[in-house]
Design a binder for this molecule. Structure first.
Ligand code: NOJ
Length: 590
């Protein structure tokens, strides 16, 4: 196998031109001059300080991490209390999903004040204490920023409603007259990612039905108009507000959605993209991935560059192929982009080999590190997803009525193997809270307990994302498994989570928690994040095998035992006997 890359940038393309070599060496976006373009204006010393290039970043979903005040929703003091466990786990940084003021119609991704903490999570003073404690533990902290839309409760949107059609305030959002004789037909045919139409009609101050506003997500999340300089200036202020408090960076929500095509033309997405925020670059969606978004991030790059230390911008951009994702992390834009192509790859050796090669080449091609991610708060947990049948390739629509529900033991085994593969790759990796405990997706949440707006907006047709957001278990025998002291929980926790609780796993050397802790320690000890990947070819088709520095890694995605390559086993995702690697197992050797 050879490395093939498609470079869509101004960077050189072929080996002859000084681009990626057609051999088996790929680096973490930097150490192999042949696979990476230099990062303009950055000296090697500067790059060495870019902590995010190799970091393992732990995603905290604040509602479900730890609840200090016992109201059933997690909070910032709860996070502060548990930072020591994250340091013990061995991660480098924490990303917090939104905790800013919000009516919580989309679990905080509907922000009504970007510069304050929602009372459900605490106060700004709680935030400052948490950030200081994180830094004391040696953890960087990045916060979520939601620029595509505000909450409909935000004062900007209220002002827009009050000011009426044609006002500058309405110009901060996408207000339009309706079509049809009485304006009763939405301005275009766009659909919300969460189901239903993407437009809602307002009642004007005279009590009559009036203009419509655009919301690519829930109707409580009106899209901002990023053509407006006023909007741009507000967000520079918001960035500075958090930078001044000392945050180490931002995860930018819907980073591919801010600019809409002029005239907002009708568009019907291909069936496979319906209800997702994904674009494949083949179709030209009038709202995803338009060129104009990049100027916004170049601007933000300059804002961050004014601050000391090394602050990072991370793109949540559901774009494919990877060469397109890499546009977000060109030298003068963002630092990292989530590698959703990797997340969406099934447990299949051939596809994994390809996506790893393509990732390193695409991100390396612009001098950025690749990222790796298997789970987050929007997708079916990988301990369930990787064992789903072909009818649920990505787990969309999985729920109690689904056919072919996966075997949890197979799911957990594959998840451990998949994470062992991921954490051996050069670059930066994300771990979503609870995956270190091997938590599965919670499939049987009662209908009346479901909270994701997707559930209501599709009339129960799509189950949505509640199943990966259930509060995590800390202690087997405590109320709410130690999530709090009262037993309250905003989503019901399964009765069968005792053995998955952190305290139980901490006492078990073979637990998933022990495996993660070991992998993170060895990853750091062997410098894997900063390493150089060399594929080992010519093995069984079901093997994914490579060396990263002095460590040899092999994953078996097939149904038969494989022979281990030479070396002493450093760790394995399952206990090994002799020199064989059983199915659904990954081993690291030295
Ligand atoms: C992506 C976030 O990850 C998701 O949770 C949210 O619902 C949408 N963006 C809208 O903000």
């Amino acid at each position: 196998m050879t490395v093939s890359t498609t470079d869509t940038h101004a960077e050189p393309k072929s080996a002859e031109q000084g681009g990626p070599r057609a051999d088996a060496t790929l680096a973490a976006g930097g150490s192999d001059p042949a696979t990476t373009a230099p990062r303009a204006g950055r000296s090697p010393a500067h790059r060495a300080s870019e902590w995010w290039r190799t970091a393992v970043i732990y995603q905290i979903y604040p509602r479900s991490f730890a609840d200090a005040n016992g109201d059933g929703v997690g909070d910032l003091p709860g996070i502060t209390e548990h930072l020591a466990e994250l340091a013990e786990l061995g991660v480098d940084a924490v990303w917090l999903s939104p905790f800013t003021r919000s009516p919580q119609h989309d679990a905080g991704y509907d922000v009504s004040d970007y510069c304050d903490v929602d009372p459900v999570f605490g106060t700004l003073a709680d935030f400052d204490r948490m950030l200081a404690a994180a830094h004391e533990h040696g953890l960087k902290l990045i916060v979520d920023l939601v620029p595509n839309h505000t909450s409909s409760d935000h004062e900007w949107f209220r002002a827009a409603l009050a000011a009426g059609p044609g006002s500058p305030e309405r110009g901060h959002y996408h207000f339009r007259e309706g079509r049809g004789e009485a304006g009763e037909v939405p301005p275009n045919n766009w659909q919300s990612v969460f189901g239903g139409g993407a437009w809602t009609r307002v009642t004007e101050s005279d009590g009559r039905p009036g203009q419509w506003y655009l919301h690519l997500f829930d109707e409580s999340q009106p899209d901002l108009n990023w053509e407006s300089e006023w909007v741009r200036e507000r967000f520079r202020e918001i960035l500075r507000f958090w930078l001044d408090r000392g945050v180490d960076g931002f995860r930018v929500d819907v980073a591919h959605g801010l600019i809409k095509a002029p005239g907002l033309p009708d568009y019907t997405p291909p069936a496979e993209h319906e209800g997702t925020a994904q674009t494949d670059g083949v179709d030209t969606e009038p709202y995803w991935g338009l060129d104009g978004v990049h100027e916004i991030y170049r601007d933000w790059h300059r804002v961050l560059a004014d601050y000391p230390g090394d602050r990072a911008l991370v793109a949540e951009a559901w774009v494919a192929p990877l060469e397109r994702t890499a546009l977000w992390v060109r030298p003068d834009e963002m630092s990292q982009a989530f590698n959703f192509s990797y997340l969406l790859t099934p447990w299949n050796a051939e596809q994994l080999r390809s996506v790893i090669d393509e990732s390193l080449a695409a991100f390396g091609g612009v001098g950025a590190p690749s990222t790796w991610v298997l789970s987050n708060h929007d997708v079916v947990r990988h301990a369930t997803r990787l064992a789903l049948g072909a009818e649920h390739p990505q787990g969309h629509g999985i729920g109690p009525a689904s056919a072919g529900l996966p075997d949890p033991a197979v799911g957990l085994r594959r998840a451990r193997a998949a994470t062992a593969l991921m954490l051996a790759l050069p670059g930066s990796a994300y771990v979503y809270q609870g995956e270190e405990l091997g938590l599965p997706e919670v499939i049987d949440i009662p209908d009346e307990a479901r909270q994701d707006p997707t559930w209501a907006r599709t009339g129960g047709e799509r189950y949505g994302r509640d199943g990966c957001r259930v509060p995590i278990p800390w202690a087997a025998d405590a109320p709410a498994y130690g999530f709090n002291a009262t037993g309250a929980s905003w989503l019901p926790q399964p009765t069968a989570w005792h053995e998955l609780a952190r305290d139980v796993q901490r006492a078990d050397a073979d637990s998933t928690l022990a495996l993660y802790t070991r992998m993170l320690a060895e990853r750091r000890a062997h410098g894997l994040g900063d390493g150089e990947l060399r594929r080992i070819d010519g093995l069984d088709p079901d093997a994914v095998a490579f060396t990263n520095g002095t460590v040899t890694v092999i994953a078996n995605t097939g149904e038969h035992d494989l022979e281990l390559p030479a070396g002493e086993v450093l760790l394995a995702s399952e206990p090994l006997t002799g020199r064989t690697l059983p199915p659904d197992t990954t081993a690291w050797l030295v």
